[in-house]
Design a protein around this ligand. Structure first.
Ligand code: PEP
Ligand code: MN
Length: 263
């Protein structure tokens, strides 16, 4: 069902006035985790002002350690809804279990399935039975075949509104948190009709090469970019090292606009 052989024309996913996979690129930005109303509103207002249409932020966080911040849960989702109502932005937040579907559906526009849950087949089937758009992240060690088959589960369960996001894979390289697989972009665009995005924050795990990586992603055919932005990354409760602040976002954003690659 995800294959170009099954459907040759690009799938365009419309959420409010945003189109994923259409002629325009989409920027998804926002903090790793929703931490407070003040934190989310500060960053959302700045992003909205800059022209960003989609706000990200995790409320249920898949942390490597059980001792790390696990997210604000429903309280975080309520904050996201309030901020969305105030700014008019489209929102996206991670879902970790099928039991969270009804709650998440009340507060956010798009479900994100994280890298660690890419092969949580029961979750894939469950979101496949909803009418909500899904952003599916590539697993930490998933081949493209496995990635595409994970998306297939969602479509097979009845939901055609699926977009794929390359977020880096594990390799021996230590200078980046993960290895951004640029070749995945043209391959996923060739093999599937789904929108393909690139998360430059989780793939690199660093702030200093976001712009060249985003440019490379767009040059390779990506439909959009995801980047983590926090009002004060030094005190961020998750992914403090890789989140950029609002000034750094402006530099990144202006660089992308100047490149002519982000349209
Ligand atoms: C995230 O985007 O918040 C996240 C946890 O990313 P990933 O699932 O790609 O690690
Ligand atoms: Mn993160």
């Amino acid at each position: 069902l995800v294959s170009r052989r099954h459907k040759s024309e690009d799938t365009i996913i419309r959420v409010k006035d945003v189109e994923f996979g259409g002629t325009l690129h989409v920027m998804i930005a926002g903090p790793c985790s929703i931490e407070s109303r003040d934190q989310l509103l500060t960053v959302a207002a700045a992003l909205k002002n800059a022209g960003v249409t989609v706000l990200r932020g995790g409320a249920f966080k898949p942390r490597s350690s059980p001792y790390d911040f696990q997210g604000l849960g429903v309280e975080g989702l309520k904050i996201m809804k309030e901020v969305a109502d105030e700014t008019g932005m489209v929102t996206i937040s991670e879902i970790m279990s099928a039991s969270q579907i009804d709650t998440l559906a009340l507060y956010v526009d798009i479900f994100q399935i994280g890298a660690r849950n890419m092969q949580n087949f029961e979750l894939l089937k469950a979101v496949g039975q909803t009418g909500k758009p899904v952003l599916l992240k590539r697993g930490l060690s998933a081949t493209l075949e496995e990635f595409i088959l994970a998306a297939e589960y969602i479509l097979y369960s009845g939901n055609t509104q699926v977009m794929l996001i390359e977020r880096g894979i594990r390799t021996f390289e230590k200078w980046t948190r993960n290895t951004l697989d640029i070749a995945a972009i043209p391959l996923l665009k060739q093999e599937t009709h789904l929108p393909v995005l690139v998360d430059v924050s989780h793939s690199t795990g660093r702030k200093d090469i976001l712009l060249p990586c985003a440019k490379a992603a767009l040059a390779a055919g990506a439909d959009g970019i995801m980047v983590e932005v926090h009002p004060n990354p030094r005190v961020a409760l998750s992914d403090a090292k890789q989140q950029i602040d609002i000034d750094e976002f402006h530099t990144f954003w202006n660089g992308l606009q100047d490149s002519g690659l982000f349209v």
